[in-house]
Design a protein around this ligand. Sequence first.
Ligand code: G6P
Length: 609
Amino acid sequence: MCGIVAAVTKRNIINFLLQSIKKLEYRGYDSSGLAVINKNSDIVRIRCVGKVNVLSKKVKKKKLFGNIGFAHTRWATHGKISKENTHPHISSNIVVVHNGIIENSSKLRILLEKKGYTFNSDTDTEVIAHLLHLEQSKKGLSLLKTVQKSILQLNGNYSMVVMDAKNASKLIAVRSGSPLVIGLGIKENFIASDQIALLSSTKRFIYLEEGDIAIVKAKKVNIFNKDGVIIERDEIKSNVKYKSVSKGKYKHYMEKEIYEQPLSIQKTLNNRIKEDKTIHFSELSPKEENLFLKAEHIQIVACGTSYHAALVSKYWFESLADIPCDVEIASEFSSRKLAIRKNSFFITLSQSGETADTLEALRISKKLGYLGNLTICNMKGSSLVKESDCCLSTEAGIEIGVASTKSFTAQLTVLLMLITKIMHLKRKNIMIAKKIVKSLHYLPSKIKKIFKKNTLIEKVANNLYRKKNILFLGRGSQYPIALEGALKVKEISYIHAEAYPSGELKHGPLALIDKNMPVIIIAPNDSLIEKTKKSIQEISAREGKIYVLSDKEVNLENNINFIKIPYIEEIIAPILYIVPLQLFSYYIALKKGKNIDQPRNLAKSVTVE
Ligand code: G6P
């Protein structure tokens, strides 16, 4: 979604803005822009449809100078992708960039038009700019007071940064539903949607809290809370290494992140498995652990890849911990009248911790009488973490590729550990719990073995990259893995890929099968293999092109291509089987020449509903 970087310094900030906004490309965007106030107090604005590289070329030609300003990447919500709709937006001396949606912007627009304001774009951001200008000119208010007064009239979840050409010594930052971080420098300060953008300049950060407004000057930062009271917020020192947000030896972040999985899983396991092979989460108090003993039902809510991780855990919660579990897509959960189960515990799953739909679902859940709530999240200071009763962190590290990979396997690892913990608390299936811990220990090395198959997987991808459709099949806890495999292909290759439970084949998708339809079947040699073999035969009889992923060759027909996966315990197998599918989708997109890390129309962190 939209990305913001801003700076107020004594040096020329043009290069800083261009380099920093580039670091936010991963969030997904379709146009980019920049504005600075120059020595003559003029606003200089440059905008373009397309990538930051295009913006950089345009900016560099102009030889700009400014020591206060901001850059923005826009992911279109209000109004089409066009230069006019690209941020920053201006109203006379006021300049604004914003992330999020102003829900009452149409009404405000009519009001402002009646007051004589002319609109040059279809955006809600221009509404903010004119509203600020109107409020300021009414009573000659300070910029802070102007912002405080104006935001009372705005509905929605957003963050924004404002500057005033008539007083070019400060930036005003507002967090109201969408995150903003302040970076503290020496005689210079910065603002961004994400600390990643600022790591080359500082390691010292202040995360704004909901409703905070900050005045950011070169030498000073003042923060006011939602009641307008000046407040101290904790300064944190980031331990994220600037190097960790570079691609290193890899062509794409997605490739790097796939290969990081043995390490990220190891980091997620570290310090959580005790010598006696029980699980310990330092983040959970005994009181919170006890809630899982009391829980008669688990409700999980998530979006995208996180939703697929949640779906796998449903199989685990029910088969291992004996707790009924329901999983729902966050936007659906928030869109209906809910009847909640007795003694139900609420869990959200998210890589970013900022997904608007998931946050909304959490907020709704709090009014419904759940026993408590927990989030499993990859971003420690995120909104979901702040608003949840407790959090279990995935230690996947920063994930840049829009198509989520390492955070998915880290989520599954945490979920399986949590369920194993509950098994211990309930003194249930203790022998199985021990086996799980053992298998988790071997998981990173098994994943490394899959990497040795990359040439074969690439060959399969090269055979299939021209296909218009691909079908993925899985059974039991491998069905969500089929869903995730299909999602990966859709996201980065724009090929229509669909996933079905193998057993459901005969109820519809079989009609699609002919010699042109590739079918990828997840078929570990486990308790379900005999049933899966029937599906393979049904496809084979109709000449479908079959690709089987299994630890044992299925010698049924000769039109079957086989990708051997190392053996692993059935319970843990979903975490292993997604890895070849991630590689497969990566190689398809590579062969098609797609923009793998920033697929069209998608965003890494979806901060609007
Ligand atoms: C977006 C991303 C997906 C991600 C989903 C949920 O759609 O492109 O990769 O799975 O959001 O994000 P979350 O951060 O909540 O896991």
